[in-house]
Ligand binder design. Sequence first.
Ligand code: C2E
Ligand code: MG
Ligand code: MG
Ligand code: MG
Length: 281
Amino acid sequence: QAKQSGKSQWRFFDDRARQTTVHQLQLEAQLRTALDRGDLNLHYQPLRRLQDGKTVGFEALLRWTSPTRGPVSPAELIPLAEERGLIVPLGLCVLNGAARQVKRWRREQQADLYVCVNISALHFAQPDFPQQVQQVLEAHRLPGEALVVELTESAFLKDLDAAIGKLAALARLGVRVALDDFGTGYSSLSYLRQLPVWMVKIDRSFVRALNDDGDAFIQAITTLAHRLGLTVVAEGIEEEWQRVHVLALGSDIGQGYGLGRPMPASDVARWLEEPSVTLNA
Ligand code: C2E
Ligand code: MG
Ligand code: MG
Ligand code: MG
């Protein structure tokens, strides 16, 4: 009896595993085609100064629609690209797309705007990553200060010395680095001391937990980050009271649906002229 059900469970699992593989192979093929054609889309979510609501930058977020499966979230797409050896071309595609846009917005709308690009740890691990970034800047005649590279702690797990060397190379280009999803890893606080980064993005789970113990964490991270001269971003601000609360705790910049949703590039110019006033920023 037990053996029977065990067996059927295995068959069920096996079918699911095979389905996933076909599914992934199909997505992979489609993603390759999209990359060949440069057919990836980015949305841009505003980063706003909490004091006065000024939009200081945008985070580029990958949006891709499979011809057969509809929209595929980055949470599914990025790991697939990492597994299938596509993360470097994908990252370069995102870097170039974001560079093209920010160039235009800086020229036509706001000269000091920057764009934040998420870079996979696997991509950052490439020995010539800083040179790749340099080439992107040169191709678009963009100053380094227009670009912020977002990394998570996973980028520093393997070879800390090499990573620090790359951060220094990026700094020489004028490119700034943000530590993304901060507080969710294991050794965040010690990294802060060793890594020459510019910005800390406090993970949105802490903003969600503000009424619980999130405020203590945000306060501690903020105090430490400011002591080290870093800029603090609170992620995932959805409601006005959260903006007020993280501002009181000392955060400099906010990002979240309540401050501005990710939008297509074509909406950004209008946004910069008239940002949403849903929150009395
Ligand atoms: P992330 O870098 O932490 O980006 C923020 C994510 O939170 C985005 O999800 C954004 O849409 C979402 N978000 C923003 N404000 C709110 C809010 O108020 N509430 C909630 N619940 N969510 C909010 P998205 O676009 O689905 O991206 C998910 C993750 O995928 C990103 O997290 C990033 O790690 C990764 N990702 C996205 N685009 C890229 C890319 O171009 N390259 C790489 N390597 N990773 C990317
Ligand atoms: Mg990010
Ligand atoms: Mg984040
Ligand atoms: Mg995140």
